[in-house]
Write a protein that binds this ligand. Structure first.
Ligand code: PLP
Length: 462
């Protein structure tokens, strides 16, 4: 068992062993989104390698990576073509920045490659190191845009409760996660959080379609209350990922778009999870049939092989920024890092060559959905939902009333998640739901295996 004791254990006893890594980890590592005290007592899980859709821990267990790492391993693990592309790039040019009128071939080529797959009218890309920085960039870029075009009053962002937009101060403020707001004095001023389109949990007696319209009208109400002349943008994930894979009713997004257009409020699609194929379209907004003004991305674009994110900027905002904005005093040391650009170009090459987005839409997506949706027949499952390769199971003691379990919310979800891991499948628990987002390369056989495992998990949780 790991203990938080000081000093390095004798190498002869512990080197290259789970105990050694646990010891070092417990003594020195502060983990994101973890209760360190609890972790140290339990001993962390040590992942040592990955191949295809599987990860392997230090004790030799093979586990199906049902969460694509953290929603990022789109093309699967162990792709040497991406590793080689990064290594070749770093040998050629390890680092140079893209500030002050400088570029490098990878950054220019990647911006063009992203514009090629982005929805029509998206020709410009601003690079960051990840999703949170992309979201922070949006806050500054959108406010700068409105000031540049002569409407400096438009500064308020409308976002949603239970949204996740990252962990920086800006991202966590736009996000609607109550536990995050409870730490560090968030959110920052100028953000209004509205009803999320979570029919299963919050739809009451309304039909999903009615509830979708209701949730959209809450966006209208918030804009009107703040005054449209003060509202800069609405931001939302096409499908809320970290909030529990919340797939909005079909009525929601078209109505939100209409509301924003009527009030001259920009629409930002946070595609850090949905972007680059997860929903079976290149971007989640295309699946939802909406045309945003800005798109944030990260994760899948490099399939997690290197940190890189960014903002794809639509025509209207790009024109205002370029023609009237002057210098944008914003950027990150690693905006357009050569290694990240090489990883993304190699990832996109694989996606094109293997037609992976179409595979998610027409082959493995429907194959998995056909087996996932019937899990709703299990006594413990109230709703099974999935779009492309992103899905959730709502666990409930009573399907008809969509009741919650007695006791603390999330307890049953965590039990199920831990059983799943022991059974060889990574799923994540959000409240009392289980969520899934496997790599696009999942085979039919692996999908069958995954579904059989979920069945065993549910039976053991009951
Ligand atoms: N936006 C969304 C929708 C996300 O899901 C995430 C991360 O999960 C982020 C932003 C933050 O991205 P990162 O963790 O790369 O900073």
């Amino acid at each position: 068992q790991a203990q938080a004791v000081r000093g390095v254990p004798p190498v002869s006893v512990f080197a290259n062993s789970t105990a050694h890594w646990r010891h070092l980890d417990a003594a020195h590592h502060l983990h994101p989104f973890s209760d360190t005290k609890g972790l140290n007592a339990e001993g962390v899980r040590v992942i040592t390698r990955a191949e295809g859709v599987y990860i392997f821990d230090s004790e030799g267990n093979r586990i199906l990576d049902g969460m694509s790492g953290l929603w990022c391993s789109a093309v699967g693990h162990g792709r040497h073509a991406i590793v080689d592309a990064i290594a070749d790039q770093l040998r050629q040019l390890d680092y140079y920045n893209t500030f002050f009128k400088t570029t490098h071939p990878g950054a220019a080529e990647l911006a063009a490659a992203i514009a090629q797959v982005a929805p029509e009218g998206f020709e410009r890309v601003f690079f960051t190191s990840g999703g949170s920085e992309a979201v922070d960039t949006v806050i500054r870029m959108v406010r700068h845009y409105w000031a540049a075009v002569g409407k400096p009053g438009k500064h308020i962002f409308i976002a949603r409760k239970n949204a996740y937009h990252g962990s920086t101060i800006g991202g966590a403020s736009l996000g609607g996660m109550a536990p995050m707001h409870a730490q560090g004095g968030l959110p920052i001023p100028g953000i209004v959080h509205v009803q999320q389109p979570y029919w299963w949990g919050e739809g009451g007696n309304m039909s999903p379609e009615e509830f979708g319209l209701f949730a959209a009208q809450e966006v209208a109400r918030a804009i009107d209350e703040a005054g449209p002349e003060n509202v800069a943008a609405f931001i939302g994930e096409p499908i809320q990922g970290a909030g529990g894979v919340i797939i909005p009713p079909s009525t929601y997004w078209p109505e939100v778009q209409k509301i924003c257009r009527e009030r001259d409020v920009l629409l930002v699609s946070d595609e850090v999870i949905c972007g680059f194929g997860r929903t079976g379209e290149w971007f989640g907004c295309q699946h939802m049939g909406v045309q945003p003004d800005l798109i944030t991305f990260a994760k899948g674009v490099t399939s997690g092989y290197f940190p890189l994110g960014g903002v794809i900027v639509g025509e209207r905002v790009a024109e205002g920024l370029i023609e009237q904005g002057g210098e944008f005093h914003h950027g990150y040391t690693y905006s357009g890092h050569p290694g990240g650009c090489a990883a993304a170009l190699a990832t996109l090459k694989i996606m094109h060559e293997e037609d992976l987005v179409a595979r998610v839409k027409c082959e493995i997506g429907p194959y998995l959905q056909e087996r996932w949706l019937p899990l709703a027949n299990h006594p413990l499952v109230g709703e099974a939902r999935m779009v492309g390769l992103i899905g959730a199971l709502e666990l409930t003691p009573h399907k008809e009333t969509r009741a919650k379990f007695p006791g603390e919310v999330g307890t049953v979800g965590l039990i199920a998640r831990d059983i799943s891991f022991r059974e060889g499948l990574v799923m994540r628990a959000v409240r009392d739901s289980l969520i899934l987002a496997p790599p696009f390369t999942l085979s039919e056989e692996e999908a069958d295996d995954l579904i059989a495992t979920v069945g065993r998990v549910l039976d053991q949780t009951l």
